[in-house]
Write a new protein. Structure first.
Length: 275
């Protein structure tokens, strides 16, 4: 699930934020600890949260790709750092869940723009949680997924007890969490967890292709769709219908909606501005 941190190995910033060369409206957030399989130290978690908040609030960014460097996307908590925490004050060792993991998942899931995960390799534990918090996913061939929490005497975090149930159903989610059995990219594809499986060298390009398509679309509508799906997954029909009605009312006065209707009548492709 995780790797020991060992001696510090300089690799540059813990998280990179760059703009897509072909479309600057697409931001790329990259976990950058490849020698440790992008395992999560406090430094990485803080940098990732800051990066997600930054691109999420940047009006110039209309879609985001989350990925990693090296052969793994993210294998979860760095156990070397975690052991040091347990040897200190064990009562505070899991403050990181509320301080880091929960805000990271919220930042991804509630970001008012689409987030595509280009899963370049292993996604384990919190790494799997981060991937499933994204809106769309593509995976590299040979990628391995696993929960792995029970193996070290823990329950799920990073939203997995919800995202796995919503994606796979309660029975399969329970099985994965209790047994910790891994599954591969093709199994993830068959179950709908990922949209496509591509060669490793093509995974970032596949993620960027999706993000560019979304960046050219009606960003405000995408934000409402994300909200509607999140509410629909856990709410009563009356709540769902009320939220949908409110969302349509908000979108009905946007420039993008008016442009789409005019474009339809004029038999041309609409140009969305995210307004």
């Amino acid at each position: 699930m995780q790797t020991n941190s060992g001696a510090a190995e300089p690799e540059g910033p813990a998280v990179l934020v760059t703009a897509d060369e072909k479309d600057p409206a697409v931001a790329i957030v990259t976990l950058n600890r490849p020698r440790k399989r992008n395992s999560l130290t406090v430094e990485v978690k803080e940098a990732l949260l800051e990066a997600l908040q930054r691109v999420g609030s940047d009006a110039a960014v209309r879609a985001v790709v989350l990925t990693g460097t090296g052969k793994s996307f993210c294998v979860g908590q760095d156990l070397g750092e975690h052991v040091e925490s347990l040897r200190g004050d064990a009562s505070t060792s899991f403050d990181t869940v509320e301080k880091h993991y929960n805000p990271i998942v919220r930042a991804i899931a509630t970001m008012p723009k689409p987030v595509v995960c280009a899963i370049n390799g292993g996604a384990v534990g919190a790494g799997l949680g981060f991937a499933l918090a994204c809106d769309l996913r593509v995976a590299a061939e040979g990628t391995t997924f696993a929960t792995a929490f029970a193996a070290i005497g823990l329950t799920a975090d990073s939203g997995l007890s919800a995202s796995l149930v919503h994606s796979l159903g309660a029975a399969r989610a329970t099985e994965l969490l209790l047994l910790g059995e891994s599954f591969d990219a093709q199994q993830a594809l068959a179950s709908g967890l990922v949209r496509a499986v591509v060669p490793a060298e093509e995974v970032l390009g596949a993620g960027l292709e999706l993000a560019r398509r979304l960046a050219a679309g009606p960003t405000l509508a995408y934000a409402e769709i994300k909200k509607a799906v999140a509410i629909g997954a856990v709410s009563s029909l009356d709540t769902v219908l009320a939220n949908e009605g409110e969302g349509q009312a908000r979108l009905g006065v946007t420039r993008d909606h008016r442009e789409a209707v005019e474009a339809f009548l004029e038999k041309r492709t609409p140009v969305f501005e995210g307004r």
